[in-house]
Write a protein that binds this ligand. Sequence first.
Ligand SMILES: NC(=O)c1ccc[n+]([C@@H]2O[C@H](COP(=O)([O-])OP(=O)(O)OC[C@H]3O[C@@H](n4cnc5c(N)ncnc54)[C@H](O)[C@@H]3O)[C@@H](O)[C@H]2O)c1
Ligand SMILES: O=C(O)[C@H](O)COP(=O)(O)O
Length: 346
Amino acid sequence: MHILAAGDHFVSPGLLAGAVRAELGGDHEVAELTLPWPVEPFGPVGTVLEASGTEEQVIEALAGAEIAVTQMAPFTKQVFAAAPGLKLVSVCRGGPVNVDLEAATEAGVAVTYAPGRNAGAAAEFAVGMILAAMRRIATSSAELLSGTWRGDYYAYDQAGLELGGTTVGLVGYGAIGSRVTKVLVAFGAHVLVADPYADRAAVEADGARLVELDELLRHSQVVSLHARLTGETRHLIDKSKLDLLPQGAVLVNTARGGLLDYAPLPEALRSGRLGALALDVYDVEPPPADWALRDVPNVIATPHLAGASRQTAERAAAIVAAEAGRYARGEQLANLANPDVLRRRP
Ligand SMILES: NC(=O)c1ccc[n+]([C@@H]2O[C@H](COP(=O)([O-])OP(=O)(O)OC[C@H]3O[C@@H](n4cnc5c(N)ncnc54)[C@H](O)[C@@H]3O)[C@@H](O)[C@H]2O)c1
Ligand SMILES: O=C(O)[C@H](O)COP(=O)(O)O
């Protein structure tokens, strides 16, 4: 069998190919393709979002492949049309946003994905960002290293908040939001959750309360975003929603830049409306040189790092290799994103 391992600098082609060889044995031809990373600014929500590399690159590398394993490669209608032998695309992402699922189904190609493979890493990182922002860990460190010892941080009106006893609002209760909840509850925080699709009983069993978004925003001193970016969630938090937050609230976004309207943020921070902002994701990645939040107080910014742990990369490669193994043995795939494809097969 011919297999394409299309990786990037995070989940490398070598890591993917090694896992596939270990799963399938050595009798198969595994081609390796390296895609650029970091990705270009993300495209609009559509059929294929957040892909990396070009269709031409993928078409050339596929060359007769029956299986492709990847994180970011674009699988568009054109790619499926040019690869008639392709039967399985296994994507090691939380959602196969780089695959046109309709075109895959039409072409009879099964698509699998990897829900939760980086949820532990992203949840730990989000909690780290929440703590760093609440207690000014990152900004005070940067100030001290640049020569400023700020005694006023001890003053009552400048001092940070403890997590214990503080109300934290989590927007989105999926693989990451639910993990963040459990950690925050263990710290003694009161956790509010807004997610129109969440199971109330599951939220309550985790020690949190399911509420409407506006209620969450009105009552949370800290708000952390954990929803997926869809047509429905784009700019879920805009100026009108920011205005609902208590004065001096902390806002954390480790999910997707598109969830948040970035335009009102500089003024909200300068005026103290927002007490701190912690970001791992941006409306444009990387943010431009003249980024409006670069010289604004109380901003923490990391380069889209939340999901990037060693375990995530290893787990990702193992998950797609296991799906390739199931396909090769004729077994049921574990996480099929386009079940309709089964109806199209003889
Ligand atoms: N920064 C990083 O490195 C990094 C890493 C992994 C994931 N992420 C991002 O984190 C986010 C969460 O990932 P996940 O794996 O938990 O996703 P998930 O699919 O498991 O959960 C997303 C949740 O969002 C909820 N949701 C949908 N519409 C909503 C709405 N209108 N309001 C509130 N909630 C809504 C869904 O019901 C679901 O529970 C995603 O945006 C993902 O892309 C970022
Ligand atoms: O780090 C990320 O944000 C990802 O690499 C992709 O996340 P996703 O797999 O949930 O799309």
